[in-house]
Write a protein that binds this ligand. Structure first.
Ligand code: BTN
Length: 238
């Protein structure tokens, strides 16, 4: 990928800036990076608190492969960048929360632009709590600085993240099973008793056994295997 990094100080959301550019025909590989966001957003309409010290970035992509795997591969890239830059092993909670000892350190938001039933672009947003204090607004959050006790070099982290994204984007065209294997190795979710609230409001309960080639979670219960495409997941402790 030919990355074109645009660095900004303060934006509403890097997703907004990336969307404006994508609609004006920006090439794939445009990467918007902001020091702070005033209206950072997460999945399911949540806010993403974005003070100075965190990494807030959105990539404009125009993928031809399985678009639904993009958030999955981005989660893998973040976990790998964390390990490479700090030595800390993180885990992935389906679909793409990045956790350290159960506390959220990063997240991924993928938004698509459609035209005539085709995906024209994907805005792959990544937020990582690096040097900012863990947001108090959400329970069980952490930051790399909080975990390590030292500052993280944001530029160095970004460089490694881009390298890991590149690596996995290549597999999106060539070998998607490799992405699924990488995600599976890092997964906190597989093998757990889970409860997923689907976007329809329905709950699916059972054991998370797999993710399929679209990144959907496969849950096994007394009715058999159930595919969950999108939703909010909680572990069940009984
Ligand atoms: C989540 O875990 O719910 C996803 C969080 C995604 C946050 C990133 S920060 C960069 C980009 N801009 C946003 O407004 N959101 C994403």
């Amino acid at each position: 990928m030919n990355w074109n990094i645009v660095r900004l100080d303060r934006v509403t959301s890097t997703q907004d800036v990336a969307r404006d550019n994508a609609l004006r025909g920006a090439n794939p590989g445009l990467l918007i990076v902001a020091k702070t966001q005033t209206e950072g957003r997460g999945r399911h309409g949540n806010d993403w608190h974005s003070p100075l010290g965190g990494l807030y970035t959105t990539a404009v992509l125009r993928p031809t492969g399985r678009v639904s795997l993009l958030p999955i591969l981005a989660g893998v890239a973040v976990a790998e960048a964390i390990e490479a830059s700090t030595g800390i092993k993180s885990e992935l909670k389906w679909p793409n929360d990045v956790l350290i000892c159960g506390r959220k350190v990063g997240g991924v938001l993928a938004e698509s632009g459609w035209l005539g039933g085709e995906t024209k672009f994907v805005l792959l947003g990544i937020g990582v709590n690096l040097n900012n204090p863990p947001p108090t607004e959400i329970p069980h959050a952490t930051s790399l600085r909080h975990e390590l006790g030292t500052m993280i070099d944001i530029e160095e982290f970004l460089k490694i993240l881009i390298e890991r994204l590149d690596h996995h984007l290549h597999f999106l065209e060539e070998d998607i099973d490799e992405i699924i294997r990488s995600w599976t190795r890092l997964s906190q979710t597989l093998g757990e008793e889970v409860e997923v609230k689907e976007n329809s409001g329905e709950f699916v309960r059972g054991v998370a056994v797999d993710i399929d080639q679209d990144g959907a979670l496969v849950v096994m219960n007394e009715s058999g295997r159930r595919r969950v495409v999108s939703g909010i997941l909680n572990r069940r402790y009984s």
